[in-house]
Design a protein around this ligand. Sequence first.
Ligand SMILES: [Zn+2]
Length: 251
Amino acid sequence: MSLLTRLLKRPQAVCQPLLSTFLTRPCPICQRATRQVFCLDCDRQLEPAQPALPASPVSDPTSGPTSGPTSGLPVIAVGAYTGALKRAILALKYGNRPDVAAPLGWRLGQHWQAQSLSSGSLPLVVPIPLHTSRLRERGYNQAALIAESFCRATGLPLLATGLLRTQATTAQYQLGPQARQQNLQGVFQVGPAWTAQQRNRPVLLIDDIYTTGTTAHAATFAINQAGLQVCGIGVVARANLDRAAASRPQA
Ligand SMILES: [Zn+2]
């Protein structure tokens, strides 16, 4: 079949690969033109830390390390919230670059598999939701996009509406530790779409960043209130890692 015939029959199939050969976008990290999401240099910088950043237990933000809904749950992260990873997340959240979520979620999925954290029943993946007003403003929920890609990488099931955010709140980064807790009290609620089979699975929460753990705490509290269990928290980047490491008991 000649190119002209193919073009007339299926114009998209012919034009799309041709266009992608020429179309470039700025790399969200260094702004150089690239045909991938990240340029090759930045892609290399985003490789998970070697050896992989270990899953580390949560220190509960309200009740200390020995009690509270998230205490002892593993947090897995691709890396620390710094450098290229930080710039990628900023582009995803504030630079209108939803395409950045897919490679980050994929990396988190590889990280999850490398750490073999799935013991027992396979978890159901639930992203931390945005309130509808924030969702309208941004146009997408970055945690949901990360979770979609994470599930493509791991094969784990996704329940995108497992949790709902029922109140609009101030952005957490603008608040101190105590105000963060008050800001998120009662804002999450379990969604109506859970089947009996899904209710039997432990929940893996997915978010973009883990900072003080207040969001994970509030989400876990809502899930526990509904009689469900959380088995861990997966994030692209973890902030305050030095502090987390310092508070971890020595092996
Ligand atoms: Zn770059």
